[in-house]
Design a protein around this ligand. Structure first.
Ligand code: HEC
Length: 151
């Protein structure tokens, strides 16, 4: 079906209207509603990657792949760092929840995720979320996007 009407899919946003503090990723809906368009602000992505490499890669891995045993609790009952690249469960969380975990760190007993709100600006946290979301496969991103619309 879809391949017969490619002309109907709107691609806006390419014009690069940039707003650094917009929490939502630059997503354009397709007219079919099947797949959100994924367009990213290159500068925001670059900032996000920089923030990730400097602060997050040490625990979440160079490619945001997480610890190999991320689903198994540590001996003390906490969890190892999960993947952020779409193979874990990060996509079950809205942007607000992702922001909250990053800003405030782990809940007590849950893990050793540090709080970043005193070390990173809102702009940096927004950018790092956008960066790891850009790694998510289309299917994962679409599922997250749909959930985000429903809340
Ligand atoms: C000292 C190790 C460590 C560092 C550094 C670290 N994290 Fe984490 N992170 C964790 C652990 C452990 C968890 C899992 C426990 C939890 O969810 O509370 C976690 C969980 C998360 C989650 C929730 C994921 C999910 O699927 O629920 C996000 C999002 C996240 N981290 C992002 C980041 C970002 C972005 C940075 C860099 C700014 C970062 N982390 C730096 C250890 C770390």
């Amino acid at each position: 079906m879809l391949h017969k009407i490619p002309g109907l899919i709107f691609v806006i946003g390419i014009m690069g209207i940039v707003s650094g503090c917009d929490q939502k990723p630059k997503v354009m809906s397709s007219s079919t509603g099947l797949m959100p368009q994924r367009t990213y602000d290159v500068q925001q992505l670059a900032l996000g990657q920089q923030v990730y490499v400097a602060n997050c890669a040490v625990c979440h891995g160079d490619n945001a792949q997480g610890a190999s045993n991320w689903q198994q609790r540590n001996p003390d009952g906490t969890f190892p760092p999960p993947p952020l690249n779409g193979t874990g469960h990060s996509w079950h969380h809205s942007t607000e929840i992702l922001y909250d975990v990053i800003a405030n760190g782990s809940q007590p007993g849950q893990g050793n995720m540090p709080a970043w709100k005193d070390r990173l600006t809102k702009e940096q946290i927004d950018a790092v979320i956008i960066w790891f979301q850009s790694l998510w496969p289309d299917q994962v991103y679409a599922a997250w996007y749909e959930m985000q619309q429903r809340k």
